[in-house]
Design a binder for this molecule. Structure first.
Ligand SMILES: Nc1ncnc2c1ncn2[C@@H]1O[C@H](COP(=O)(O)OP(=O)(O)OP(=O)(O)O)[C@@H](O)[C@H]1O
Ligand SMILES: [Mg+2]
Length: 366
């Protein structure tokens, strides 16, 4: 898979841009704040229908504009494909494939996969469980559309149940039967979600171990563990046990929306005990594992978006990683750098051809 052309309109600081990417490696060079990360985010958005920075749609529209659009051409093993989206926040968000609009956005997710390595990855370790769930959910969703649809249903029902709990408190009445009908729906979607997460992590682990030894030069007991209060329990019973608490605090306390994924290395919990370098190695290994797993499922490599990693070459064996991902067997690579010449020199050393684009206040020149 290769993204051969990208057109933007009113996306972030880009009023209009049309770019061709003939090479497998594209370096985006420019000063801080010029729009390098924004361009990677546009590629991510086109692929996954959302920003990798977690920025909501209304903040992606260029200041003063009312909508944005992104269009990309992909060269695939089975021919050329065009993906386009037009987003007018709060009003419409349409994605189309070769000119045909999708009925559901979930149909698009996973067709043109991307993997991002960015400074914000550190939040995966430092933040609460939500980001980790989102990370793994997004990978599973790319290989299993039924899973994604279940997640969407689950979060709708969860929202309704929480609203009902709030209503009970406000009106000082309780209709436990009505609440139970929501519980049944939560169980019906939650049980297969938990099972899928469990199964996925088992498979992911082997990719992760390989990636971690590649990045860190040894296994050091690094692992990802799925933690869930519902996975191996009677889901309905767990819900029932938290009923009084739910009623009192007007929120659903038990369920797959509280699951977590634990990151461990040889000395225990990575968040508390890992050094900065160990944490970075772990994150890069997570992403490489994601890359390899998606390759296994899709039969081709996802596009790799590397944001601001040049400064970190020495910390983790990043040069080693770059060597690997810029080799001919792997897919397309976009890399940003604020320092002119650094990326080009590195790829020259690696004997990989790369195209250099200069980004300056939302304008890109080759
Ligand atoms: N909705 C928007 N409309 C217009 N400009 C925006 C919008 N959102 C962000 N920007 C601008 O985009 C610029 C940031 O771009 P970006 O993060 O891509 O820079 P960068 O080249 O990656 O910089 P760095 O080297 O610091 O990472 C900022 O100047 C910001 O004001
Ligand atoms: Mg940036």
């Amino acid at each position: 898979m290769q993204l051969t052309n990208l057109r933007l309109r009113d996306f972030r600081n880009y009023e209009e841009a049309s770019l061709d990417f003939p090479s497998k490696i594209t370096c985006l060079v420019g000063l801080n704040g010029s729009g390098k990360t924004n361009l990677l985010d546009a590629i991510h958005y086109l692929s996954s229908t959302r920003s990798f920075l977690g920025v909501p749609d209304n903040q992606l529209v260029r200041y003063g504009a009312t909508y944005f659009s992104i269009q990309g051409n992909f060269s695939m093993a089975h021919g050329h494909k065009e993906v386009a989206c037009l987003v007018q926040p709060g009003i419409k968000k349409v994605f189309s494939h070769d000119g045909k609009e999708y009925e559901k956005l979930s149909e698009h997710v996973g067709k043109y996969p991307v993997v991002v390595i960015a400074p914000t990855d550190i939040d995966l370790i430092r933040d609460g469980s939500e980001l980790r769930r989102k990370f793994f959910d997004s990978i599973i969703s790319q290989i299993d559309t039924a899973y994604l649809n279940r997640l969407v249903t689950y979060s709708k029902v969860l929202k309704q149940r929480n609203s009902l709990l709030a209503l009970f408190a406000e009106r000082k009445f309780q209709d436990l039967q009505l609440l139970q009908s929501y519980d049944e729906q939560l169980v019906m979607t939650g049980v297969p979600i938990a099972a899928r997460r469990e199964q996925f992590i088992r498979e992911f682990k082997s990719f992760f171990h390989t990636a971690y030894s590649f990045v860190a030069g040894g296994e050091e007991g690094a692992a990802v563990e799925y933690q869930s209060a519902v996975a191996d329990a009677d889901y309905a019973q767990v819900l029932e046990r938290s009923l009084q608490r739910d009623l009192a605090l007007q929120r659903t306390h038990a369920g797959i929306h509280r699951d977590d994924f634990e990151f461990k290395f040889e000395h225990g919990e990575l968040k508390r005990l890992g050094s900065q370098g160990q944490q970075k190695s772990f994150l890069v290994a997570l992403k490489l594992a994601q890359l390899e797993l998606l390759n296994r499922y899709k039969g081709f490599y996802p596009i790799l978006l590397l944001d601001d990693i040049m400064d970190k070459l020495d910390d983790v064996r990043m040069k080693h990683v770059l060597e690997r991902v810029s080799s001919h067997q792997t897919g397309q690579l976009f890399i940003t750098d604020a320092a002119v010449g650094r990326a080009a020199t590195l790829f020259k050393q690696l004997q990989s051809e790369c195209d250099i684009f200069n980004v300056n206040q939302g304008v890109i020149r080759k």
